[in-house]
Ligand binder design. Sequence first.
Ligand code: FAD
Length: 282
Amino acid sequence: MTVSSYFQPASVPEALALLTEHGPELLVIAGGTVAMPLINEGISLPARVMGLRRLGIDRVELVGDRLMIGATATLTALAAQPHLPLLAEAARHTASWQVRNVGTVGGNLFTPPPGGGVATALLALDTQVEAIGPSGVRVLPLGGFWTGFMTTALAPDELAVRLAVPVTADRQAFLKFGRKAANTPAVVTVAARVAMEGDVVADARVALGAVGPHPLRSAGAEAALLGRPLTHAAIAEAVAAAMEDAEPFSDPVASAWYRRRMVGVMVERALAQLAQPEERGA
Ligand SMILES: Cc1cc2nc3c(=O)[nH]c(=O)nc-3n(C[C@H](O)[C@H](O)[C@H](O)COP(=O)(O)OP(=O)(O)OC[C@H]3O[C@@H](n4cnc5c(N)ncnc54)[C@H](O)[C@@H]3O)c2cc1C
């Protein structure tokens, strides 16, 4: 089967009407950097395709204390925003200039592992996804967005239109480890964030990418850090917990065994970045 219809709606209501009319047979494409190679190789064979480029949902703007990111904002636009360095860093570590110029932030949420580096950073930042469907807007915390490998809580007749990300001055670190320094699939991705009260961790997020069916938080690592200074001992406990919580897989990039070990290395490095040297004595 080849693509027989390509729709380019000019508004969100028009796009929703097309989704309702054609149902799951209509493949949604934003930048197309994930979807198009699958079509070209005959892995995905949609009869109908809908592009989101003309919907006007590509703005990145600060609204109050939240960064509002339109789903079709490009990774290049995300890399350029100054408000959340964690997200800019994650975008810069994604693919190449060419891919970042067309690939979108929304599309990154749907990218199968080992992709999803930006999604991992968004998870560490407590992002909420605004989804719109025939019955209106739903707000989905990113923590509950993924339901399995390449499955999400989004209904077939819904679109992700915007992401709301709290802007925080917490200490943040993003690390991606791959076989090459740049433009490389991840062996593991780590996005970590801590809020300090004095020298004690008051809140912590440790998000892992490329080591599970979708980006995931290490509850064990976060619990190991809470209420303690960022000492060697606390970090070592968090590292062990993150290695336990990871759900690594083997692929041509790396074995599950290697991925789990690199979770330990990269979480240690990320948390070391967050710790002030003088706080790590114990
Ligand atoms: C050479 C190359 C290198 C890459 N390297 C990396 C990398 O290092 N890290 C990484 O994370 N990714 C990487 N990618 C994957 C990809 O480029 C990015 O994840 C990008 O963010 C995907 O966005 P897109 O708009 O192109 O997705 P698309 O291909 O347009 O969309 C993918 C799927 O997501 C769904 N979708 C997209 N937007 C919406 C929406 N708003 N609402 C509902 N459903 C939607 C659709 O089902 C669609 O079919 C790479 C890709 C290539 C080709």
